[in-house]
Each structure stands twice: as structure tokens, then as C-alpha cells.
Design a protein around this ligand. Structure first.
Ligand code: NAD
Ligand code: IPM
Ligand code: MN
Length: 364
């Protein structure tokens, strides 16, 4: 056996940083790690998980959401798995700008991928939708746009209080997210891309976006395109969700549209996401679309499937393809069967732990 063959057959270990975060974050992340471990049982590969206690409890104790060098600490991992950030006792811009948003920026996680698929056994709030009829993949720009964090406040606490919040759209930023969307559409049967802006009112940044979209579309004559204003788009998401395949939108619009796409396919508790770094030297981050859900925190009823499906996206990214497929298969079987546990958001009486256990049992 040659040296290179024996190297190739060596079991490899991937290192993943886990940040449970706030609220239901740790509850659902625990189940995601369990499911990934169950899926890896029959593989040569292993994941070494390192949990970090960062988040708002850490802030209460230490005065910051994470240690000053947290981004350096994360830089060496193969991926990051995150639960959620946000606490009712602290303003969200403080908690989110102390943890999640700097991670997206530091590691240039410019593509946020958010699938929405109507599983068999799950009811859409829209009438008469059949399994698989809603199947969209939103590409959300993730490092600039309305989230560029450019602006400031002056004359605070006076009648002349001024707040300036600037959106930043760069040709490079628009090009890379829009091209990524087109490339993905080539691999999907329906081959459609919808771009969503508000360029009738946002006459600089979003006009640049529209121009870039029209230019890149020329390179993909086999892809059908449409360009919608966001107000029209939310209406069409409800009226004709089946017509959407790949959707590409700015940071803020992608954020809003993916709470809508999540509920169209049944629940926030099913919506997974990947924040993909532009360069594989940096870790990508995987997390549910939902937040810390303070209204159900600690009740043991949070749906862990969004976190579990986010872990499946992470396994795909780490090229642990069969493990990812086994998680997806287990989630589909679970949802298909009315006798298996499901959490209240899906009309059941099951707990987070029962659903996590059922997924693990189905993986085996
Ligand atoms: P949310 O997503 O936390 O909750 C919205 C609704 O969906 C709530 O009724 C909640 O109970 C329900 N829900 C969410 N996830 C669920 C799950 N897994 N199972 C069952 N039900 C679920 O949105 P929000 O209430 O607007 O935000 C709460 C906090 O989370 C805020 O502090 C917000 O800033 C933060 N947030 C963080 C992230 C993140 O870390 N990525 C994402 C969104 C919101
Ligand atoms: C999401 C969240 C975050 C976002 C918030 C918490 C900053 O809503 O990931 O969807 O808007 O990016
Ligand atoms: Mn959101």
C-alpha cells in the first residue's frame, strides 16, 4: 500500500465549535450535536465538539458576550454550530453585535443559504399545498447591505437626537451572492432565480444590485429569471410560493423573507441555515433561522429540527455527505409519520428531547 493510499484511508476528525447561546439555543443545539454523532457512528470520520459558554449569561457574568479574542479562538475550527443569541433583558443590538454579527463579518460569511421545503406530513398555513410543492432556496447576502453597521448617533438624549444608518452595496458583494445563486440554480431541476430588491425607492445600492443581477443573468441563458420589488415579492410568496426556486436578496430582505418562507412550510422550528465563508480557510457557521424564542425557553418544547437540519448542512459542508443524508432521511421519516413525536409548533405534544431521540433512533 502506498503512503498516499494509507493517508486517504485514515479516519479524520473535524473540529467544530459549538455556541449554544441564549434561550432555546442550547436546548436545540444539544439535539443537533446528538443527531450528528448518531449519523457519524457508521463513518470513519469523527467530530470533536468544543462547547463555548458564550452569550448573554456570559455577558451578565463577564461584561461581554464572549472573551475579547473570541474571533481568534474560532478561526482554527472547521465549522461553527450556533443555537441563537438574544435575551429579553438586554437590547438586541448589543447581544447580536457582541457575538453573531462579528462572526459573519470576520470570517466573510458572505452567502447565507436558507432552504424552505414543505415536508410530507407537515401542513402549510396556506390551503391545499402538497408535499414538496414549496421548495425554495434563499441566498441572502450576509456581510454588507443594510447590516453593514455604518452610521452613528449624535445629540443623543436631546430633542435633536440624530441616528444615521447607512446601507453599503458593493459591486463585488452583489456579484458574489448573485453568482452563487445562479450557480446553485444550475443544479436544481427548475432552474429559476428570482432577485428581490426595492430599487424603486432605494435608488443607489439596490439599483446597483439590479444592474449586477441583469448582467450576471446574461451568463446563464438556461436560467429563467425574474426581478421583483420586495413588497410585491411578499405577496407572491403567499400567492404563488410554488413558483419560487432560488431566490436572491439583500441582507435585510433575505432575513425577513426567510421568516416568511419558514412559516409557509410549517414552522420556524424547521428552518435551517448555513453562513458560508468566502474562503475555506475560514470556518462557516450553521444555525437555525429562528431566534432564542424567550416565550418557550426552558419549557422543553422547542422544535430541534431546524438545528438538526442545520447540522446536516454543516456535515455536507464538511464533506460528510452520507451522514448529512442520513439525518435528512430521518427527519423526513419522522415528519411523515403521524405516530412519531412532534413539538407543539407542529401540532404535537412531544418534547425537544423526545424529537431528538426519535431522530437518533431513525438514523440508526
Ligand atoms: P424567534 O425566532 O425567537 O421566535 C419567533 C416565534 O417562533 C416565537 O413564538 C417562538 O416561540 C417560535 N419559535 C422559534 N423557534 C422555534 C422552535 N425551534 N420551536 C418552536 N417554536 C419556535 O424570534 P423573535 O421572538 O423575534 O426573537 C427572539 C430573540 O431572538 C430576539 O432577541 C432576537 O433578536 C433573537 N434572534 C436571534 C437569532 C439568531 O441568533 N440567529 C435569530 C432570530 C432572532
Ligand atoms: C437571523 C437573525 C439575525 C439576522 C439577527 C438576530 C441579527 O434574525 O439570522 O435571521 O437578522 O441576521
Ligand atoms: Mn432573522
Amino acid at each position: 500500500m502506498s503512503f498516499s493510499q494509507s493517508q486517504a484511508e485514515m479516519p479524520s476528525t473535524k473540529r467544530v465549535a459549538v455556541i449554544g447561546g441564549d434561550g432555546i439555543g442550547p436546548e436545540v443545539t444539544t439535539q443537533a450535536v446528538r443527531a450528528a454523532d448518531a449519523a457519524l457512528v457508521n463513518c470513519e470520520q469523527r467530530i470533536e465538539w468544543e462547547w463555548f459558554p458564550w452569550g448573554t449569561d456570559y455577558l451578565f457574568e463577564h461584561g461581554s458576550m464572549a472573551p475579547a479574542d473570541f474571533l481568534d479562538q474560532l478561526g482554527d475550527f472547521d465549522a461553527i454550530l450556533l443555537g441563537a443569541v438574544g435575551h429579553p433583558r438586554v437590547q438586541d443590538h448589543i447581544t447580536l453585535n457582541g457575538l453573531l454579527l462579528p462572526i459573519r463579518r470576520r470570517f466573510d460569511q458572505c452567502v447565507c443559504l436558507r432552504p424552505a421545503y414543505l415536508y410530507e406530513g407537515v401542513e402549510s398555513p396556506l390551503r391545499n399545498k402538497t408535499p414538496g410543492s414549496i421548495d425554495m432556496l434563499v441566498f441572502r447576502e450576509n456581510t454588507e447591505g443594510e447590516y453593514a453597521n455604518v452610521g452613528g448617533r449624535v445629540y443623543q438624549h436631546s430633542d435633536h437626537d440624530i441616528a444615521i444608518q447607512t446601507s453599503v452595496f458593493t459591486r463585488r458583494g452583489c456579484e458574489r451572492i448573485i453568482r452563487a445563486a445562479f450557480e446553485q440554480a444550475l443544479n436544481r431541476p427548475r432552474k429559476r432565480v428570482a432577485s428581490i430588491t426595492k430599487s424603486n425607492a432605494q435608488g443607489y445600492g439596490m439599483v446597483l444590485w439590479d444592474e449586477v443581477f441583469a448582467g450576471i443573468a446574461q451568463d446563464y441563458p438556461q436560467i429563467e429569471t425574474e426581478s421583483l420589488l420586495v413588497d410585491r415579492a411578499v405577496m407572491e410568496f403567499v400567492r404563488r410560493p410554488e413558483s419560487f426556486d432560488v431566490v436572491v436578496a439583500s441582507n435585510l430582505f433575505g432575513d425577513i423573507l426567510t421568516d416568511l418562507s419558514a412559516i409557509l412550510v410549517g414552522s420556524m422550528g424547521l428552518a435551517a441555515s448555513a453562513n458560508l465563508a468566502s474562503n475555506r480557510c475560514h470556518p462557516s457557521l450553521f444555525e437555525p433561522v429562528h431566534g432564542s424564542a424567550p416565550d418557550i425557553t426552558g419549557k422543553g418544547i422547542a422544535n430541534p429540527l431546524a438545528a438538526i437540519l442545520s447540522a446536516a448542512m454543516m456535515l455536507d459542508h464538511l464533506e460528510l455527505i452520507s451522514a448529512a443524508a442520513s439525518i435528512r432521511g430521518a427527519v423526513s421519516s419522522l415528519l411523515r409519520s403521524p405516530d412519531r413525536p412532534r413539538t407543539p409548533d407542529l401540532g404535537g405534544t412531544g418534547t425537544t428531547d423526545e424529537v431528538g431521540s426519535a431522530v437518533c433512533a431513525l438514523i440508526k
